[in-house]
Design a protein around this ligand. Structure first.
Ligand code: ADP
Length: 486
């Protein structure tokens, strides 16, 4: 089968049709054989019963005489030529298909009576000896010219004593003709039924695959670039329905990824263009005329700040792009989260005093996690910078680390401006900013900070949650798997 398939690659419909036809052919062959065998057995049985009845009827009409001869009553009437006085006795033997086949023998095997046609039979000796031993005999014999005949022999008895044998026969030509007619019909009809079955199974397979065709057509349209298309659902909840569901889910996620990528590229180029524009306008200005040296310092500072922003943006973008491709290698070392938080808190001191907020750090020791120290430092730094930046002067920033239920819990809370509920679901999206205009003035954030935090936390097998109320403050909670020394 495999070899056939290699040379003649078959479609599913053709394969189904072949399988159906093969199974159908086997079933048809079985059914035809069974039917034929049963038909033959029934014919044989009815023939045998008829012969036995006839023999019994004749036997009932024969009685033994004291001198060893026999007397026959009525039976002769229906047996032409049976009576020796009958003129037909001396007629030439008729064809077995027309004549009657009856013979009566005495107990010592001598012929007592016979119909003329019986002479044409080739009778085996057991058909006489066996009944004489009390056992009826029946079997297929032939005439001298080879025509098949069924013969039945039985003993003639009176008070348990065997005094002769009666033999009746009938031609098998009729039975054989019926059998061969049925056989021929079966041989002609079976292939026709088989071909019809193959055609019907091909048609059924085509019908069953019609929904698949629709799926393929839609998939083709999608391949051409139209990701808004969806495969229409079939009415029945069958395999095609499942396939359609899976395909549609796949297209959904493809479309989303595609849209996200497109937005990401658009946002990235927009973000990159801003500092470049600022740098270009500053340099244009510096080249336009000669300024006093102190003005150049201002211009260079502004250019430096934009270049720094550009650099940060590029490294953030690269980190996220690599993360998308799964190319980022994360260290798996023991990180003392409590110490790390304290260290980061110390580095943001200048920002704290610049914004006039109070920073409070509370850690319990030890809180160890397995991960990348530099990346985790970035997480704490981004959260703390946001908490400080989005606080009002005089506000409080609180950072805590503790271990709870096999998890390390990092919490950064502020009493700042808060985030409205409608913005909260999008906080971790790339380039998402609640109020971009104000952020621009603030010093050029890009809206990538929380996206990076989210990616790092998830890459460490952790989760992040935010609770916030406008003008009340925000709390960011991160849970990471705790590393327990063994
Ligand atoms: P950005 O670089 O603009 O800070 P982030 O991804 O870090 O970008 O944050 C996305 C947005 O979430 C910010 O624009 C800001 O509006 C809001 N946000 C983040 N942290 C806080 C916070 N602690 N308090 C209020 N708003 C916050």
């Amino acid at each position: 089968m495999k070899r056939i398939r290699r040379f003649f690659p078959l479609g599913i419909r053709q394969q189904l049709m072949l399988w159906y036809s093969a199974v159908f052919a086997v079933l048809l062959l079985l059914a035809a054989t069974l039917f034929y065998a049963r038909f033959q057995a029934t014919l044989d049985r009815s023939l045998d019963t008829a012969l036995q009845l006839q023999a019994q009827q004749i036997a009932g009409d024969i009685t033994p005489n004291a001198d060893g001869t026999m007397s026959i009553q009525d039976a002769t009437a229906e047996l032409p030529g049976f009576d020796p006085r009958d003129q037909r006795q001396h007629l030439p033997a008729a064809d077995v298909n027309l004549g009657v086949l009856v013979r009566v023998l005495t107990a010592d095997g001598q012929l007592f009576r016979t119909t003329p046609t019986f002479h044409t039979l080739v009778v085996p000796a057991e058909s006489i000896s066996q009944p004489l031993h009390g056992q009826p005999w029946q079997g297929d014999i032939t005439t001298v010219d080879g025509q098949p005949v069924r013969l039945y022999s039985r003993a003639l008895t009176q008070d348990g004593k065997i005094f002769g044998v009666v033999q009746v026969g009938t031609t098998l030509s009729l039975v054989n003709t019926s059998l061969s007619t049925v056989g021929t019909v079966l041989l002609i009809v079976s292939p026709l039924v088989l071909v019809l079955g193959a055609l019907v199974s091909f048609w059924l397979a085509s019908r069953a695959f019609a929904p698949m065709k629709r799926v393929i057509q839609t998939a083709r349209a999608i391949k051409a670039g139209d990701l808004r298309q969806r495969v229409p659902f079939p009415r029945a909840h069958d395999e095609v329905y499942q396939l359609t569901l899976t395909l549609n889910e796949m297209i959904d996620s493809l479309e989303q990824t595609f849209m996200r990528q497109r937005r990401f590229v658009a946002d990235a180029s927009h973000e990159l263009r801003t500092p470049v524009t600022v740098i270009r306008s500053k340099t244009d200005l510096a080249l336009l005329q000669v300024f006093p040296p102190e003005d150049y310092v201002g211009i260079f500072r502004a250019i430096h700040a934009e270049a720094e922003r550009l650099g940060r943006l590029i490294s953030d973008l690269l980190a996220l792009a690599h993360a998308d491709e799964g190319q980022v290698y994360l260290e798996r070392e023991i990180v003392h989260l409590d110490l790390l938080v304290e260290a980061v808190a110390a580095t943001v001191e200048p920002l704290v005093s610049e914004h006039g907020v109070a920073l409070q750090v509370r850690t319990t020791s030890p809180v160890n996690v397995l991960g990348d120290e530099a990346r985790l430092m970035q997480v704490v730094m981004n959260l703390l910078e946001n908490a400080i930046r989005y606080s009002n002067p005089g506000g409080n920033v609180f950072v805590a680390v503790h271990a709870k239920h096999a998890q390390a819990c990092l919490m950064v809370r502020d009493t700042g401006i808060g985030i409205a509920p409608e913005h909260q679901p999008y906080l971790f999206d790339r380039f998402y900013q609640v109020d971009p205009a104000r952020m621009g003035i603030e010093g050029g954030n890009s809206g990538l900070g929380l996206a990076i935090v989210d990616w790092i936390v998830k890459a460490h097998g952790g989760s992040i949650q935010v609770e916030s109320q406008v003008e009340q403050g925000s709390t960011f909670t991160i849970l990471l798997p705790l590393h327990v020394a063994v």
